[in-house]
Design a protein around this ligand. Structure first.
Ligand code: NAP
Length: 385
């Protein structure tokens, strides 16, 4: 509907208006301009009323965050549809004061008329249902790893490469891996000063990165340990309570985990760069927000002063860095916040062209739901839905 009215405005402007203007018929020209204004207002209102949004995986950690973020940001929604597996189909979630029932995700025509589908139901579900979701023109913004490295699917962090979202031959835009999203937000301002040749990163990833059930398991493990009961281990490789696990996802043939290889490959795709990222990803017994210790090597030495000035101006980044006052970002205090927080900014003592810093970001928010919603907001702003 939006594009038809857009064409009408174009036609009014270029054909009728210019004709009458060249004939110097001021009265008629004013009348046409008046009609044009009405059409523009109609256009805006129709676009707003048109907006139909779907969340696939609504019951999950990311799905629940979508509901909060869409409400918090007053995202323009006329109708919201929720989808899940048989486990959550029929249950209800509240959005803007109204209860919405979760529909069973099926291969049918439920996505007809949907403008944007936020999907967070795992890679298998995304792969199986992509065609069903996109066949009537819905833009699928996918949180899983299913399509991230496909050449015809853009991988987008709005602060870094928003325009990539406009070129999406399959109607799919991939949301990057959560640890990568927060890292590239911090790398972008340094890259603008001097090309980053390589990155070493150690992550400290919260339990909720493994989903809603994993968060519950961590609570339960703490309770069991304190009660002297046997510990349930289902969602992690080992007991996570009172422990650290240097494995996130499964190992690949080079002995790096899939999570670590995502940081290597996805960073290059998002930043359009040949940067090499060597990561060690560690699961830690915090509940929410991932932390990362990062070392970057740039082509020329970048001073701490320059870096801080660039970080201060960067979109989506907040500096919390004052060693004298013990000021640095910590996951416990930053859950639920939008930006990525950066601190401990200093020279790398082992590399003349190196800088090191520490970042913390809410991986369910900026690392998943918020990033996807920001992509959608960008498309609306650019009239590129
Ligand atoms: P989660 O808490 O385990 O939730 C999984 C969701 O997927 C549930 O709503 C589940 O619905 C739904 N689902 C599973 N199979 C389905 C099917 N066949 N049809 C329809 N719905 C199905 O997991 P999560 O943490 O939200 O993660 C979801 C996705 O986001 C994953 O791909 C994950 O890698 C990605 N992600 C997660 C994070 C994070 O920090 N957690 C960050 C970035 C990206 P039912 O309850 O009905 O089964």
């Amino acid at each position: 509907m939006g594009s038809v009215i857009g064409k009408l405005i174009y036609w009014l402007n270029h054909s009728i208006c210019s004709n009458f203007k060249t004939q110097n018929n001021e009265k008629v020209s004013n009348f046409v301009l008046y009609i044009e204004q009405i059409v523009i207002i109609l256009h805006k209102n129709l676009n707003k009323a048109d907006m139909k949004v779907a969340i696939v995986g609504a019951s999950g950690a990311v799905g629940q965050e979508f509901l909060r973020v869409l409400e918090e940001r007053d995202f323009p929604i006329d109708e919201l549809l929720l989808f899940g597996s048989p486990r959550s189909a029929g249950s209800k979630y509240t959005f803007r004061g109204k209860d919405i029932e979760v529909k069973l995700l099926q291969h049918n025509d439920d996505f007809k008329g949907v403008d944007i589908a936020f999907t967070s139901a795992g890679a298998g579900t995304s792969k199986e249902y992509a065609e069903t979701i996109t066949k009537y023109g819905a833009v699928m913004i996918d949180n899983s790893s299913a399509f991230r490295m496909d050449a015809d699917v853009p991988l987008v962090v709005p602060e870094v490469n928003a325009p990539d979202a406009k070129v999406r031959p399959r109607g799919i835009i991939a949301n990057p891996n959560c640890t990568t999203i927060q890292m590239v937000v911090a790398l972008k301002p340094i890259e603008q000063l001097s090309h980053i040749k390589c990155v070493h990163v150690s992550t400290y990833q919260a339990a909720s990165g493994a989903g809603a059930a994993a968060m519950k398991e961590l609570y339960e493990q703490y309770r069991q340990v304190l009660a002297g009961e046997p510990v349930t281990v289902e969602r992690f490789q080992y007991q996570l309570a009172f422990n650290l696990i240097p494995q996130v996802d499964v190992f690949t043939e080079n002995d790096y985990t899939k999570e670590e290889m995502k940081m290597f490959n996805e960073t290059r795709k998002i930043m359009h760069s040949d940067v090499r990222v060597s990561a060690t990803c560690v699961r830690v017994p915090s509940l929410r927000s991932h932390s990362e210790a990062i070392w970057v090597e740039t082509e020329r030495p970048v001073s701490v002063k320059e870096a801080k000035a660039a970080f201060a101006k960067a979109e989506g980044l907040v500096i919390e860095d004052n060693p004298a006052e013990k000021k640095y970002p910590m996951p416990l205090f930053l859950a639920g916040k939008d930006p990525v927080y950066i601190g401990r900014i200093r020279k790398d003592l082992a590399n003349d062209n190196g800088l090191t810093f520490w970042i913390v970001g809410d991986q369910i928010k900026k690392g998943a739901a918020l990033n996807a919603v920001q992509i959608a907001e960008y498309l609306i702003k650019e009239k590129a839905l």
